[in-house]
Every structure is written in structure tokens, then in C-alpha cells.
Design a binder for this molecule. Sequence first.
Ligand code: HEC
Ligand code: HEC
Length: 268
Amino acid sequence: MKTCLWVLLFALPLAAQHGRYESESTNPAIGDPVAIAAGSELYLRSCAGCHGPDGSGGRGPNLVQRPMWHPLSDEAIFTTVRNGLPGADMPPTNLSDDETWQLVAFIHALIGPAAENPTAGDVTAGEAVFWGSTAGCSNCHAIHGKGGKIGPDLTNIGGLRPLAVIKKAIVKPSDELYYLGNESVTAKLRNGETVRGIAKNRDIYSIQIIDRAGKLHLLAMNDIAELEILQRSPMPGDYAERLTAQELENLLAFLAHQTLRPAGPEAK
Ligand code: HEC
Ligand code: HEC
């Protein structure tokens, strides 16, 4: 009889989790709303056909998710847009320097951290959604030490992830699990107990599981009879229906504002 049954339903590549640029240019177009708007026009004309109108990909790769495993810099995007990617089916352009920077500014806004870009929703209304019982986000997520521990801490989520990635995490949580180290697990122990929760750290000798009550269980693999790791995100999958479009927009605005970056010269 097997003493240890592993039910590994999926495996993920060990991906770097960047939402941030490797280096940010000081070109004045970056972050300038007028340049971003002009870049948006250029993008729809020359790039959307391959990369999708929202950057989600098609013939070319998904630009929003790309920096999560392949950090980009503004300069690298400039060069890519100018020269194309020979051999990779991306053509060069003959845009002026100014136009190219407008395009880079647009891509930066699209794929850079949410906190650096303007958002449409109402932050205060979104804060109420986050802490309210309809959404129940704070049962699992903490911000500045308040809230649940089962999900990742969201204190700096706006400083880390592009808006489109945050949105996808909420609306389609099981689509893609970027977050290795947050798998849903059920561990059946040799002593008959069962521990359910999120695996925080796991190696061949031990596993740490945080249960729904926020309690951390440190388990030795030797004590586990059966370990089941689920591919499904532990997040509820019905937020697109449970929240109104307005509530979702406000919630996104609130999350985009969660950043540890200094807000001004006085902030720490
Ligand atoms: C004919 C299709 C096509 C068009 C048009 C196109 N791209 Fe691409 N693009 C690609 C492909 C294919 C790749 C991926 C190459 C690879 O696999 O590395 C790519 C890659 C990229 C990358 C990632 C580069 C990197 O180093 O990771 C960026 C940024 C990019 N494109 C921006 C743009 C912009 C901006 C435009 C409009 C000026 C544009 N693309 C037009 C097909 C296209
Ligand atoms: C039952 C617990 C639970 C609830 C309720 C929940 N989440 Fe999550 N959430 C998780 C877990 C666990 C993860 C990490 C695994 C994953 O990505 O699916 C996560 C991931 C996320 C991420 C991605 C975090 C990152 O590091 O990029 C965001 C953003 C997020 N949740 C926001 C929310 C919001 C907003 C709500 C309320 C509308 C919510 N969650 C409700 C458990 C929960």
C-alpha cells in the first residue's frame, strides 16, 4: 500500500511576479494624460490588430500579463516599437520619436502598476464595498493589518499590479493562478484530522497551511496521509454577478489606491 498519495492536479512554472517596470524612463510623455491619449489612438491603429484592443493579446502576446514574467522597460518598448521584433512576426514602425514615446506612455499606463494611472471609480464608495459583507473581501484579505489572512495582503496591490490584472483576479479568479504559494489544499493527516486552507510554503519535507480562521498549521509531510492541491482559486467565482458594474469600478479605484509608494514629499 502506498503510504503517501499525492494528488497533484496541476503544476505551475516558477514565474517571476513582476507588475513593475524594470526601469522607468524620465521621458515627459510617461504619465502625461495627453500623450497617453494620443498613444491610445496610435495603438488602436497600429497595434491592436495583433495585441488586442485592451492588450489581452491575439496574434501577438498578452501585453498586460507579460511584465509579470518578463519585466519590461520603457526604453525596451521604445526599441521594440521602432525596430519591430525581427523573426517574431512583429513589424517595425516609421513613427516619429514623439509618436513612439506617446505609444510607450500608453503601454506604460496599460501595463504599469494601477496606482500610477487615473481610475474612473469612487475610492470612498469602493472602500465600503471592500469592507462590506456583500463582497466579503476582508474575510480573506487584509489591508494595513486589518482583515483576513487566507488571501494575499492587499496593502500594496495598487503599487504592484496593473489594473487589468487586479480586475481579472476579482472577476475571473480561476482563470489563471499566477500566485504560486496560494494553492487551495486539503491535507488528510495520519491521525485522522483534516486541515483545509491555503498552502503558504511547501517543500518536500513540510507544508504550512493557513485555515479559514487564519490559524497557521505547520505540518511535516511524514504526518500527512493524503494531500490534495486544487487548481481552482479559493476566491469566490461569482463577483461579476454579485457586484454591480458600478460597485466593481469603485472597488477597483479603491484597490488601485492601495500603495506603499509615497504619495507626496511629506509622506513616509
Ligand atoms: C503583426 C502582428 C504585430 C503587430 C502589428 C504588433 N506586434 Fe507587438 N508583438 C508581436 C509578436 C508576435 C510579439 C512577440 C514576440 C515574442 O514572442 O517575443 C510582440 C511583442 C511585443 C512586445 C513585447 C516585447 C518584449 O520584449 O517582451 C511589445 C511591448 C509589443 N509587441 C508592442 C507592440 C506595439 C506598441 C505595437 C504597435 C506599434 C505592436 N506591438 C504591433 C506582434 C505584433
Ligand atoms: C474565500 C477567501 C477570499 C475572498 C472572499 C476573496 N479573496 Fe481575493 N484571493 C484569495 C486568495 C486565496 C488569493 C490568492 C490565490 C488566487 O490568486 O486565487 C486571492 C487573490 C486575490 C487578488 C490577487 C492578489 C495579488 O497578489 O495579485 C486580488 C486583487 C484579490 N484576491 C482581491 C479580492 C477582492 C477585491 C475580493 C472581494 C471582492 C476578494 N479578493 C475576495 C482569497 C479570497
